[in-house]
Design a protein around this ligand. Structure first.
Ligand code: SF4
Length: 273
């Protein structure tokens, strides 16, 4: 009896914990106002005063492509090398036509041993200019989402299915995706993340080679070569569809739980006074 009561209490506390984290996220996004008593307002001000995570450091600019790499066949076991070596290989790649229109290659950014790896679709205009993934408006939203989870961009790896920008930000063709895919396979094999998060339908379908629409696949665990994969919406979709942010937040809470972490202490009623 005591055990059941404790389990119910834990479940209730976890539910309240997640709901409170979600409310805080919505408040920071400016979509809701929370009217509170003076004592609680002080607590919220303390939250607001908590240190902001550092901005992501920039990787060196990719050198201009110098060599032509043949398209690599997708293999069962991708080669394990350093991510820097993969980035150098990407910088020299002219295996598809996007090499002629790109400004910089965008190999991805993050540590060598991340717990989480986010995979998007392809670089956009700003990413192409800077050589970094997710640095535009949707990147800012992804950064806020990562921070609300209690993580920083420095501790996750962020990459795309394609390493060069398709002109006009059009959707990558299947040929481009297949040609570029070995780079992503090598990155995943090298980084060996605990969890992969695909952002949007193209990333999901490109990684797992399935046709399931993102609206049905999101929130459900998939697997890529033994690594759990959580598909969720692309931040650019979330910029236009505010209601979908609730689903994404729930997806990300599942991811956080999978790596044994919880939203930050300031959102945890059990640790605030
Ligand atoms: S998109 Fe990929 S395959 Fe095409 S040139 Fe860039 S790195 Fe090479």
């Amino acid at each position: 009896m005591m055990v059941h009561a404790q389990n119910d209490f834990d479940r209730l506390q976890a539910l309240w914990h997640d709901f409170r984290a979600y409310l805080e996220y919505e408040r920071e996004e400016g979509r809701i106002r929370i009217l509170v008593a003076d004592k609680t307002r002080q607590r919220l001000q303390d939250w607001s005063a908590s240190p902001q995570p550092r901005k992501p450091s920039r990787t060196p600019a990719n050198p201009a492509p110098k060599i032509s790499l043949p398209a690599m066949a997708s293999s069962e076991k991708a080669e394990v090398v350093s991510v820097d070596q993969i980035a150098r290989d990407i910088a020299g790649c002219i295996a598809c036509d996007l090499a002629r229109t790109r400004t910089r290659t965008v190999p991805g950014h993050g540590p060598q041993r991340p717990q989480l790896m986010f995979i998007g679709e392809a670089p956009g205009e700003e990413e192409d200019r800077q050589g970094l993934p997710f640095v535009g408006r949707s990147g800012a939203l992804l950064t806020r989402m990562i921070q609300r989870l209690g993580l920083s961009r420095e501790e996750v790896f962020i990459a795309n299915i394609l390493k060069c920008r398709p002109p006009g930000n059009r959707k990558p063709t299947s040929t481009e995706q297949q040609t570029c895919r070995p780079f992503l396979e090598r990155q995943i094999a090298t980084l060996s993340p605990a969890v992969l998060v695909t952002l949007g339908g193209t990333a999901l379908q490109g990684l797992l080679q399935i046709e399931t629409p993102i609206s049905r696949a999101r929130g459900v665990w998939h697997t890529y070569r033994g690594i759990p994969v959580m598909p969720t919406y692309h931040p650019s979709y979330l910029l236009r569809n505010l209601n979908a942010r609730f689903d994404t937040w729930n997806d990300m809470l599942q991811v956080l739980d999978r790596i044994g972490r919880r939203p930050p202490p300031q959102n945890n009623p059990g640790t605030t006074s």
